[in-house]
Ligand binder design. Sequence first.
Ligand code: ADP
Ligand code: MG
Length: 744
Amino acid sequence: MSMIRLKNVSKFYYSKGIIASGISRINLDLDSGEFVVITGESGSGKSTLLNVISGLDTYEEGEMYIEGRETSHYTAADFEEYRQKYISFIFQSFNLVSSYTVRQNVALAMQIDGYDKAEIRQKVDEIIDRVGLSEYKNRKVSRLSGGQKQRVAIARALAKDTKILVADEPTGNLDSASAAGIVDLLTEIAADKLVVVVTHNYDQFRDHATRVIKMHDGKIVEDTGASAHAAAAMGDGSEERGERRGLGFGTQIGLGVRNTFNLPAKFLLLLLVFLFVTAAVTSQYVSVKKQKDTVSEQGWNNFFENYDPKRIVIEKNDRSAFTRADYEAIENAPHVERLIREDIMYDSSIYIENSKFTFSGYMMSVRDLEKDPDVGTLPQKDGEVVLSGYDDGWTFGEKPEELIGKTFTATANDGTDHKVTVTGLVFMDDDENSEAYMYSNSEAYFTDHMINELRKGMYASNSETTLLINGAKENLVPGAGGLVTNDKVPEGYILIPTSYDSMYKDGYAAGKEVKLSVKALYYETELPLVVMGSYGEKTFERKTGLKNLAEHDGEIYINPTDYRRLYEKGSFQASVFVDDTRNMEGMKDMLERGGYHTMVLKDHIYNFMDGELVSIIQMPLAVIVCIAVFFIAYFVIRLILKSRGVYFAILRMLGMTKRPAQRIMRTELVLVCAISYALFLFFIYLNKAGILNSARLKDYLLYLTPRDFVLLGVILLAMSVHISGRFMRSVFRSSVMGAYREEA
Ligand code: ADP
Ligand code: MG
């Protein structure tokens, strides 16, 4: 059985509608031990025949047998396997990796075959010795002469150790002395392999070839010396190795790393491209973030009245009341501009008016007042107030000082009225910056005690109060007409209207136990009380000390201390103001680590359309820019990597498959990407440390949290993985022969 048998094999070329015959009806048997020289004039079909034999090109008619197996049904993958197992190539143009050393080039063939390191190291030197290049082992191929390069190519073919070695014009680029050396080498190799050489320079091989095939017009016209040698050498020279393991993972990574650095100019170019991509993607990312920030500063929501962009509402994770220590810790934290303790008040306006003047503002404690009154003095007792607003002739009228000492009616959010006297005025600067002007509102500052009272009223009005009496539940409204405090009722007792008496069988509520329960936003509480008695028309004034029952009809009275027990549970919510909106994320993280629930008010604002503007214009724009950057990067990288196409064509000739090739490419791009990102981070560090100083960059950096840096890194990494994938797909899209033709 012959190693290769061709029966009536024809190969046609189709190009631009014209069919050309490459070879026609070739019959041929080739065997191990033969040194076959194919000769003939240019265009006679020599290369075509060689390419069909070596599985680089397919044939259209006839049948080729490989060790008896038919190949007409072979797929591209089958031929790839065949080439990997049987064929070593030697080309006129050498096809070596010129940036690798002699050793690295020879080792590459063995690495692709999956030999282990020790085996490679030992065998590579042996083979290099055999082709006479011992002195040049560690020299880069680009610095060798033509004859030396062809020796490297032969060494590589030997390293691959296949049964068949094919060579197309191996001496075409060599002077006659070098050519003679190559012929000798091939002759030696042909002792135990099948060597097929194509040449139009028959003289060089005349004395060594065991067989000469002469071609003309796609046909064999002469075939001399066939099989004489062949029979003798049957029985096979090269030993069959076991299943090929393929390129090891570590080797793939190693080759990728080597490729990254072995051409410094290329590495620097790639680095530049990646730095450009990093900068472009980062600036897009920041601009979206920045835009979002600015946009959300404009708008409102339905739950809070004060939607200052710097405000974070906090409550403790266990929903307990704030302690003095909590307040102090927050106030002393970095980037805290202001802490509003009675923050629930901050969202409720109080209306202060008389027949001539109307004012509305947030209720605040004097403690939160940032400066002394511009006119008048601070409030000293309940019922006194300092008003704060713009001195624009509109808020306080033309003569603000005339308001001092005047008394007004203040109506709080819960509907309670209070008499208040204005003791002072604070004028806000309207030249500060327009942002503050837009979001600040007027404010009314009361004593702590007064604020406390007002807050109690707010909690009371915002909670569900129930009277549990003899198994029945009665909803109460705190305040006038509902649950009211009365000094005549002792602690632990409750005074109710006579109408409740009928709820008891014996007709008397007095002395019975009842309960008041309160369910507020932050707490629930129950207070057991004893009915001290009931009041009717005749007893009302005596028992309550009040007059005019009609005004108080149905009211239920408890002691003020008990009332406090129900409603004065401390402050459960506060608001932190950051010094700069760009520190918002950091502040939020810090508070959350400190055990608080946070709500950044600006995130809860409903915008007309500005918010959507970000998502419908800015976001896609950024995505489009990033995609554009990606494609620019891709094409530039492709240009830079153009010569990598040759590299991968060589790897394919040597039998490398797509996956390991992809991994080699990916390693290279990911590595460059990582290095450029590290440089980028280093640059940022220099800026942060103050060694470099760019105001613009500093502004950008404020928007980037560590999480953003990780995200950016991942985006860039994904980009480089994707680019390498695309590049390799384009490399592998063409057939090996196509790739070879293009590059050669
Ligand atoms: P040789 O190697 O002897 O010079 P080839 O095998 O390269 O000859 O070419 C044999 C014939 O096939 C020639 O007529 C040539 O024009 C044709 N041929 C070779 N390659 C192609 C191709 N890729 N497309 C079209 N025709 C081709
Ligand atoms: Mg040719």
